[in-house]
Design a protein around this ligand. Structure first.
Ligand code: NAI
Ligand code: PHE
Length: 367
């Protein structure tokens, strides 16, 4: 149980907050959300614990220059809920949580000293949570940042190998996404990726690895990323066809692989996207449940993100909590394919989209 003193700071009012933050928390079914503004660094911190029913909550720390504090709180709460589903579906003994840091400027413009100060404040929050929440890397944070957070709080997964951790979660996340793409295209009646058109949004740590796997299978890989150097590398090394970022959603593909940010498939995209299957790493790909229903109505196979991107959580929790070897982690990641098979079968049997079917299975597993 959480310390009662801690519960009493459920929303730590250090600044006059817009009403929408209250609305975000009111509408959320999580256990705890705590926010802190730090005047010295100009950063706004949120830790959201969605559920500790299956174990201490875990989820990465996302650091970005958000549009506003309300957006950072909303992101933390939605991502924390997705982490609960991810842990259940990957059969890991952890609950769901997430932290966000709303930076006063873009991450690349934050100096090393400023960043160290920001991490110190975040570590204080982690420490005060006393192990009810464990963090890990996410967008804007790295294994090296986890080294520092772990050293000062004791509650960070994903430290670098040199610091005694299991290193980046991205390779196993990409492995799981690849397994999910294969399962999704099978469900769409396609036997393999050879000669198929794979459109990838985001060529970061996960997206680039997925592009490599798809290219090795003989797919025609089309990808977009605002990072020009990364696009050039993908074109030169993997033969990827690079397209502008604003053309991703209008492409025709056999499989669409979102590996950038969430919320990209809204109702209108679900009505218009020309693909046979969607499987990617981005958390919360669907902007609404109705978008998932529309994909199902149009016969587009959708691999729910909280299943498809579970490889990173399996790597971190498997290595650091369950004491698994790298081989055991890889075997567990392969199980994502079987889980998706179950989800697709259930979706068909009950005439609902895969996202709804997966949520039903998760609810039953918890019961
Ligand atoms: P990353 O930060 O290395 O890569 C993200 C890439 O997306 C960057 O190269 C960025 O330039 C690009 N991007 C941003 N906006 C874009 C746009 N509009 N169009 C195209 N590209 C755009 O992050 P990483 O680790 O590759 O993760 C990708 C996604 O998967 C993130 O949403 C992350 O939360 C999620 N995820 C990652 C896991 C991991 O283990 N790394 C685990 C589970 C989920
Ligand atoms: N941030 C990653 C995710 O969304 C990896 C992670 C998993 C971080 C579990 C912490 C705990 O899955």
């Amino acid at each position: 149980m959480l310390d009662p003193v801690f519960i009493s700071i459920q929303i730590l009012r250090v600044k006059e907050l817009p009403v929408s933050i209250e609305k975000v928390i009111e509408d959320w079914d999580g256990e705890l959300s705590c926010c802190r503004f730090d005047r010295d660094t100009g950063a706004f911190f949120t830790v959201a614990i969605h559920s500790r029913r299956l174990g201490p909550a875990a989820g990465g720390t996302r650091a970005m220059n958000y549009a506003g504090f309300d957006a950072a709180v909303e992101d933390a709460t939605r991502l924390a809920s997705a982490m609960t589903l991810k842990m259940i579906m990957a059969d890991l003994p952890m609950g769901g949580g997430k932290s966000t840091i709303a930076l006063p400027k873009a991450r690349r413009d934050i100096s090393a000293d400023h960043w160290d100060q920001i991490l110190k404040v975040h570590a204080e929050m982690l420490k005060s949570l006393g192990g009810n929440y464990w963090t890990g890397p996410d967008v804007g944070t790295s294994s090296e940042d986890m080294d520092s957070l772990h050293a000062s709080s004791g509650y960070a997964f994903g430290r670098s190998v040199g610091a005694g951790g299991p290193g980046s979660s991205a390779p196993e996340t990409a492995h799981g996404v690849y397994v999910s793409m294969i399962e999704a295209i099978h469900d769409a009646g396609i036997s393999d990726l050879r000669g198929r058109r794979v459109v990838i949004q985001g060529l970061g740590a996960v997206g680039y690895d997925v592009a490599q796997r798809a290219a090795m299978d003989g797919a025609h890989v089309v990808a977009a990323d605002p990072n020009e150097a990364q696009c050039k590398r993908a074109a030169d090394e993997l033969g990827v066809e690079v397209i502008p970022t604003d053309q991703v959603l209008s492409q025709t593909s056999d499989v669409f692989v979102p590996c950038a940010t969430g919320g990209i498939v809204d109702d209108s995209v679900a009505r218009s996207i020309r693909t046979k299957a969607i499987a990617g790493a981005a958390n919360n790909v669907l902007a609404s449940e109705s978008a998932g229903d529309e994909l199902a109505r149009r016969g587009i196979v959708y691999a729910p993100d909280f299943v498809a991107n579970g490889g990173g959580a399996i790597h971190l929790v498997g290595r650091e909590v369950l004491g698994w070897s790298a081989e055991m982690v890889s075997r567990h990641v392969l199980e994502i394919g079987h889980t998706l098979e179950q989800i697709f079968a259930r979706a068909r049997a009950e005439g609902v989209g895969a996202e709804r079917a997966a949520r039903r299975i998760a609810a039953e597993r918890v019961r």
